[in-house]
Design a protein around this ligand. Structure first.
Ligand code: SF4
Length: 318
């Protein structure tokens, strides 16, 4: 279990920093050797670049420490409980069982990464009123899950599944899918849990891009286009469903390739521009961001991953 898989969230100024470890995908994926595999991209890293190229640089190239946040850690713990819930016999997948699994999941995460406790300003060894209040918020999110799905009637085919596929361009697409359901007729449903609220219109496309990315990988792996992409928003109890088609996924592939080419151009030029926006409020790197009067550290001695490719526009159709 790692908090690195989860989206960033608002951060108090006093939260501590943590060293950047290899992402879970980096630990298990086919290595990027610069020959057979020129590079790798996950939906989160592609999202970083689309949001702000400098943020991508800080996270992926500089690998700068970021602060733990209660919202991101809530996401990690809730995902773990929802993953483990399906280990129980169907009849036992109740809200009470899920609530009972919460504290053990939190304690295991804390044992793995003790510094997480420091995200609570008044916490002592992961306990105290602030932690209790945070655990209550986790229970609320878990309870809401049961208003959206009935896990006693579901038998997921896969949970927290690592997927990867190599495109013809030698770009490795990779990531973790929260859940895959397969119907008796073989139809595939890709499910992703979000512990935040459902997005507004502007951010809906971003959330769907992640799902289409996974759908593309699964299509390439299994030869079948997923019948349904389903985002489960536990923050406000809404579902977002989308039925992808081949044209959608081919457009997603073109978009991913375009993002990757733009990343390579930035690597070769060293031009990682900040793109200030709403997400700066969640960014751990404002102090070294030129958009906020800061100065980025020198780039580490990274080598371009390949020769430059002709540029493509990022405004390719989705
Ligand atoms: S503060 Fe904003 S503009 Fe600067 S790196 Fe972070 S997200 Fe990008």
């Amino acid at each position: 279990m790692s908090v690195e898989q989860r989206a960033p969230a608002p951060l108090p100024a006093t939260t501590p920093s943590r060293p950047t470890a290899p992402s879970p995908a980096e630990r298990v994926s086919t290595p990027v050797d610069g020959v057979d595999v020129l590079g790798a991209l996950s939906p989160s890293r592609a999202g970083d670049f689309m949001t702000c190229p400098l943020l991508y640089r800080f996270r992926t190239i500089d690998k700068l420490p970021e602060r733990f946040s209660p919202d991101a850690v809530r996401g990690t713990v809730v995902h773990k409980v929802l993953e483990d819930l399906f280990d129980l016999p169907a009849a036992e997948r109740t809200p009470e069982q899920a609530r009972g699994m919460l504290v053990p999941a939190w304690e295991r995460l804390l044992a793995d990464e003790p510094d997480i406790a420091e995200m609570f300003t008044s916490a002592e060894e992961g306990t105290g009123p602030e932690v209790a209040s945070w655990l209550t918020s986790c229970r609320t999110v878990l309870d809401r899950y049961f208003t959206l799905e009935d896990p006693t009637r579901l038998e997921p085919a896969e949970r927290e599944l690592y997927v990867e596929t190599l495109l013809d361009s030698k770009l490795l697409l990779r990531g973790f899918v929260d859940r895959i359901d397969i119907a008796p007729d073989g139809a595939i449903r890709v499910v992703d849990y979000k512990t935040g609220r459902s997005p507004g219109e502007f951010f809906e496309g971003k959330a769907l891009f992640q799902m289409k990315f996974y759908a593309l990988v699964i299509w390439r792996l299994r030869g079948r286009i997923p019948a349904m992409l389903q985002l489960v928003y536990l923050g406000n109890g809404e579902m977002l469903r989308y039925v992808p088609d081949e044209a959608d996924l081919l457009a997603t592939e073109r978009k991913v390739e375009a993002i990757w080419r733009a990343i390579r151009q930035a690597e070769e030029s060293g031009d990682w521009r900040p793109n200030p926006g709403r997400l700066c409020d969640w960014c751990s790197h404002q102090a070294i961001c030129p958009a906020y009067g800061g100065t980025p550290p020198p780039l580490p001695g990274s080598q371009p991953l390949s020769q430059a490719l002709p540029p493509l526009s990022l405004s390719e159709p989705q």
